[in-house]
Design a protein around this ligand. Structure first.
Ligand code: NAP
Length: 673
């Protein structure tokens, strides 16, 4: 065994450090009774002899920092160590009291760690956990201050999402992200782990892998549960991977590592560490141990060389097992020991759109819902809007591709509640017409619906849809942007797909704010000095309106999710009111008067289908025209019969904001100028 190992660069333009670090947590408890000081000093001495000088501690690892202080004093070897510590998890008298990544705590905790360690600086300072209140920008500015003051050399983050990392890198360079990564926990490679590995690589951030031996699973000790339940060992009671229920399946998985390790004449832990080292020069495992023999064995794993096919074979053990073990082996329970990861998770499709945005806002505003975690899905998670949404507490923004079942499966993973809405793609409508747009939305909707049915944790889905006008009118009215929702609805309501009893079908009415844009934008007629709303329906046609869509959709969805017994398997009308086109014009008039300028009236003018089509063209004119013809004929039955629930049935009619109120929010002066 060669002692020294070629150094690796820790992050873009970073320092050179050994490929394997040393995790010191177990030296102060957590995984059994710690050894005495003399034994711990010998272990640290041996690590230096070997060249394993990249040490990982934290301000919450028991007496770790004090121990290091004593060892530095005793040996005078502070400068031989690349020392990393962390802050962010608050403890009092050994008990977890919360997560705190505020700038103030960052600076206080750093000063306290330097004092406890008896050093002037640490080489790497991590934000151990990011709290849900402090914007990462604030934390990063504090870290950059510490760096400028020479108290820390490099910045690291632990347990963050890709979005948080991207935001952090905009403030100051992040050298390292520390996450659980081992052949047993592959989450950072996948969408369910926000593709963090890929993001790190794009940004030139190194990955330090904590618990690279799966907290002891990927070792030859994993033969009996008793090995993990001794005095001071929290594993059997804390981590589901060690539970009675999961032990056998995991033992079977580890036995496959054992067979390959025997063939390679190495140990299971060496195989696991060699596998990690083979993932790239940007990967730094930091195994922890209390024993010199294990330390030497782990260090020697740098000399275990895996072929590509062995690397794949190991990945295969886990990926095959994942199918059987998913849901309890790793995220969220198996990984997050201290965080709000156990709060129910609501996943919102189209979170930056009108409806999804309304749902996210409702859950952020409501005290009732403050224990929910929100996973906001968007097609572009790097947009300014997405980055801004990601600054909100309890929100994780995740990119999703509605054309990809794999992407949807990952985005829905572990969801307890899903709100899903797809849009009738406007560009396709304009360029290719209603039928093409219908086909595209229908395909995406079906992908989403099918993906929801494969999520075992899902309790309740709210599906934003529209009436099956074609069926209701026996084939008379085919409204493409209504029919595009139907294949998904048929899938969900088919009992054999197991979703009907979990789904509420929400029929969302017209947005009052549609008047802001074509084809609804009122047209000014100088002769009459009036704004004209032209629609191909009678002035008395009864039309369902959602009113203030920004507020009301979220209120209705929240009311649905909070009354599951009443709403699952039911349809709900998403409308604050039924009003006619003439009333819509009246509401606009009131909004215009309310703003004082201009004081001109708005009026409703009925037109024919042909003239409407001539005005707005074959695609949009035909599409919108036929919808109003449907409203005209069906009147109050357009959104379903008496069996359909209303906001009044949910007890929230009084809280909804009307179309007239919504129109008052709009800056008509600019729009109608
Ligand atoms: N950022 C974070 O949130 C976070 C979370 C957890 C851990 N960490 C860091 O990551 C470090 C490593 O993670 P970890 O300690 O949780 O887990 P780990 O390194 O995956 O596993 C440690 C366990 O494996 C056993 N072990 C180690 N080498 C072995 C060998 N060669 N043969 C048999 N058993 C062996 C140890 O036994 P003995 O104890 O008997 O030696 C210990 O029980 C920690 O020390 C800490 O610095 C960070």
């Amino acid at each position: 065994m060669s002692l020294r190992a070629p150094l690796r660069t820790l992050g873009k333009n970073g320092p050179s450090v050994p490929p394997l670090g040393f995790g010191l947590m177990g030296l102060s408890g957590f995984y059994g009774t710690p050894p005495n000081d003399e034994e711990r000093f010998q272990l640290l001495d041996r690590a230096v002899e070997l060249g394993e000088t990249f040490w990982d501690t934290s301000n919450i690892y028991g007496d770790n920092e004090e121990l290091l202080c004593k060892w530095f004093k005793r040996t005078g070897k502070r400068n031989e160590i690349f020392l990393a510590t962390k802050f962010g998890i608050a403890m009092e008298n050994g008990k977890f009291t919360g997560v705190n990544s505020s700038a103030e705590y960052c600076k206080t905790a750093c000063a306290e760690s330097l004092k406890r360690l008896g050093v002037d600086y640490v080489d790497l300072y991590y934000v151990h956990r990011v709290d849900s209140e402090t914007p990462i920008e604030e934390t990063m500015r504090a870290m950059a201050d510490l760096q400028a003051e020479g108290k820390i050399k490099y910045i690291g983050l632990s347990e963050v999402s890709s979005t948080t990392l991207r935001r952090a890198c905009k403030i100051a360079p992040v050298s390292v992200v520390q996450m659980e990564y081992s052949p047993f926990v592959l989450d950072i490679e996948k969408a369910r782990g926000t593709n963090l590995l890929q993001t790190c690589r794009k940004l030139g951030v190194a990955v330090v892998c904590y618990s690279p031996l799966g907290r002891g699973i990927l070792t030859s000790s994993f033969t009996s549960r008793d090995a993990f339940k001794g005095e001071g060992d929290m594993r059997a009671i804390t981590f589901p991977r060690f539970s009675e229920e999961n032990f056998d399946a995991n033992a079977k998985l580890v036995s496959q590592f054992g067979a390959l390790a025997a063939k390679k004449d190495c140990t299971v832990s060496q195989l696991a560490l060699a596998w990690l080292l083979k993932q790239g020069d940007d990967i730094f495992p930091i195994p922890g141990t209390k024993k010199i023999t294990y330390l030497e064995q782990n260090w020697a794993s740098k000399d275990v060389k895996l072929t590509d096919s062995e690397e794949q074979e190991i990945r295969g053990f886990v990926e095959k097992a994942e199918l059987a073990l998913s849901g309890y082996r790793s995220m969220p329970q198996g990984r997050a020991t201290i965080s709000s990861m156990d709060a129910p998770l609501i996943v919102v499709v189209g979170a930056l759109g009108a409806q999804g945005g309304s749902v996210v806002s409702a859950y952020l505003a409501s005290q009732k819902s403050e224990n929910f975690r929100i996973r906001a899905l968007t097609s572009n998670s790097s947009s300014d809007a997405a980055l801004s949404l990601a600054t909100k507490p309890r929100v994780t923004v995740v990119g999703v591709d509605l054309d990809s079942p794999e992407s949807l499966a990952a985005a829905f993973q572990d969801a307890n509640f899903i709100f899903a809405n797809t849009i009738f793609p406007p560009e396709t409508l304009i360029t290719k017409g209603g039928v093409a747009a219908q086909e595209l939305e229908a395909r995406r909707g079906l992908n989403v619906a099918q993906a929801t049915s494969k999520i075992p944790s899902l309790q309740h889905l709210v599906w934003s849809t529209l009436p099956d006008a074609l069926r209701i009118t026996n084939g008379k009215y085919a409204i493409p942007h209504f029919q595009s929702k139907i294949p998904a609805e048929l899938y969900l309501s088919d009992p054999k797909n197991g979703m009907d009893s979990k789904t509420t079908y929400l029929h969302v009415g017209l947005y009052g704010s549609n008047l802001e844009r074509p084809p609804y934008l009122p047209i000014y007629t100088p002769v009459a000095n009036k704004y004209v709303i032209t629609l191909p329906c009678s002035p008395n046609a009864i039309i369902p309106f959602i009113g203030d869509e920004k507020l009301n959709v979220g209120l209705i969805v929240e009311a649905i999710f909070s009354q599951p017994e009443k709403t699952r398997g039911q349809s709900v009308v998403g409308a604050s009111e039924y009003i006619s086109g003439a009333d819509w014009a009246l509401a606009l008039s009131k909004a215009l008067h309310w703003k004082k300028t201009p004081t001109t009236e708005a009026v409703f003018v009925e037109t024919t289908q042909e003239s409407y089509k001539a005005l707005w063209g074959d695609h949009i004119g035909a599409e919108i025209g036929i919808m109003f013809a449907y409203f005209d004929e069906l009147q109050e039955k357009s959104f379903g019969s008496s069996s359909v629930m209303t906001p009044a049935d949910l007890g929230i009619q009084e809280s909804l904001r009307s179309t007239e109120q919504r129109l008052k929010d709009i800056n008509w002066e600019t729009i109608l100028a």
